[in-house]
Design a protein around this ligand. Structure first.
Ligand SMILES: [Zn+2]
Length: 452
């Protein structure tokens, strides 16, 4: 493998940040380009000079001063984007920082992320938006802040949306909590549509869901835990679809998880409502039975909760027919001491950036539900379309923003492979298939070397 060669040259086996001056001109050999339309084809080489793709073709010669990475027939696509992560900074740096979050993103193949504003202070003013942009400026990942819909995330009065947009915010959300007040949601949709930005709502009617420790169904009854019914999610989505239709605003349904919710979005799309949605890998992979199987492992606790088998199937159907636009992780780091408590007291959420690709390969690609180009569409194209961001291209003259990956490598997700500051994943110790080998973005080439 050329990986060790690269490490030798730079001696930075696990570092994610190369000073700009050290960024090499790079020749990527033997990769197969994949786009939203093209699921593979012939092997080619790609030359990158000062952050731009300068040449694409077969058998390119290595030039003086240029480093070489041999992809050995791996795939290459526009860099992936996760439009729903929690990086915890400012305020909860013991769980994650922008830098450690970006390290996890790179390991997962993501070159861009959008981070949710439930930080302390929340991302509810332009200066917090700018703080995040500044903090991430030198990192190989583009971090796009999502601003709050309401001041302090209190659900009462709308934030200065235009000001935050000018600072770099790409959407608005009070995620972690729903925008509860319908009048506030109406105004939010009206304002954000003037700015051509979506409102991303955490769809949960708290009067139906609380205290809800897991999905309400047979398993919760058996375990004697209070559950969150599917209808708690669906009621809120139905309201938001009506308000989006009424205002002409763009509603983005966060982390969709129920069969009924997918059906609501499917119908609304047919009716021309401006709605988009996203799903997390754990919601198309795991069911509420995990909580019993894993003996109340708190890494099976998240919001929305793991649902039933028919919900899992509905997520896959929604991805296949395009009702579900994008795959996101809802990467939600929590410290060990916070998660190592009784199930009902544990905070919601799991990390997801490091495993999203493998779970997608194993649950969607290998069984043949999605072709490779469809999967890349959900990971690289749709998130940027939803957020009106530029989509990177693989062509001569384009800025290099790329992910190099395979679909067949078997590797174990040992704890030592976790790049996030927190380790709360239900996939720890699992044998996975498919891995992101490297990314190139913002003039930086970062290689993902397995530690074990
Ligand atoms: Zn949420």
């Amino acid at each position: 493998m050329q990986t060790s060669l690269y490490s030798l040259i730079f001696g930075t086996k696990n570092s994610i940040k190369l000073p700009m001056s050290l960024t090499p001109d790079l020749l990527i050999k033997n990769v197969i380009p994949v786009t939203d339309k093209k699921k593979g084809g012939s092997v080619t080489d790609i030359r990158i000079k000062r952050g731009k793709i300068t040449e694409i073709g077969k058998g390119l010669e290595n030039r003086k001063g240029e480093k070489v990475f041999d992809g050995e027939n791996a795939f290459i696509s526009p860099g992936w984007m996760d439009m729903h992560v929690h990086f915890r900074e400012p305020g909860q740096e013991h769980k994650e920082t922008i830098e450690t979050g970006c390290r996890a993103a790179v390991f997962g193949g993501f070159t861009e992320v959008a981070c949710m504003p439930n930080t302390t202070p929340p991302i509810h003013t332009r200066d917090v938006v700018e703080f995040i942009k500044k903090k991430s400026a030198d990192l190989p990942v583009e971090v796009h802040p999502i601003g709050c819909v309401t001041k302090e995330r209190k659900g009462k009065s709308i934030t200065e949306m235009g000001d935050m947009q000018e600072g770099g915010a790409v959407a608005f959300s009070d995620d972690g909590d729903p925008v509860y007040d319908s009048q506030v949601m109406r105004v939010a949709l009206e304002y954000s549509s003037m700015l051509d930005m979506p409102i991303i709502n955490h769809e949960e009617d708290l009067s139906l869901s609380l205290p809800g420790h897991m999905h309400e169904g047979e398993v919760s009854t058996k375990l004697g835990l209070e559950g969150t019914p599917s209808v708690a999610e669906e009621v809120m989505i139905a309201r938001d679809l009506l308000l989006a239709q009424f205002t002409g605003g763009h509603i983005h349904v966060a982390h969709i998880s129920t069969k009924g919710a997918v059906e609501l979005v499917r119908r609304a799309k047919k009716d021309g409502v401006r709605v988009t949605t996203e799903v997390c890998p754990h919601h198309f992979d795991l069911t509420d039975e995990e909580i019993e199987k894993r003996h109340f492992d708190t890494n099976a606790k998240m919001h929305p909760p793991l649902r039933s088998q028919q919900d899992v199937e509905a997520m896959i159907e929604g991805l296949v027919d395009g009702t579900i636009d994008a795959i996101c992780t809802d990467h939600a780091p929590h410290a060990i001491e916070e998660k190592e408590v009784e199930f009902i007291y544990a905070p919601n959420g799991i990390i997801g950036l490091e495993t999203a690709w493998s779970i997608s390969v194993m649950r969607l690609l290998e069984p043949g539900f999605l072709e490779l180009n469809n999967l890349i569409d959900k990971l690289a194209y749709q998130p940027r379309k939803i957020l009106n961001l530029e989509i990177p291209e693989i062509r001569e003259g384009a800025t290099a923003n790329l992910t190099i990956f395979n679909t067949d490598e078997k590797w174990t997700f040992h704890k030592s492979e976790v790049r996030s500051k927190s380790k709360n994943s239900p996939y720890l110790g699992d044998l996975l298939t498919g891995r992101a080998l490297a990314v190139y973005n913002k003039n930086q080439f970062v290689l993902n070397t397995l530690k074990s």
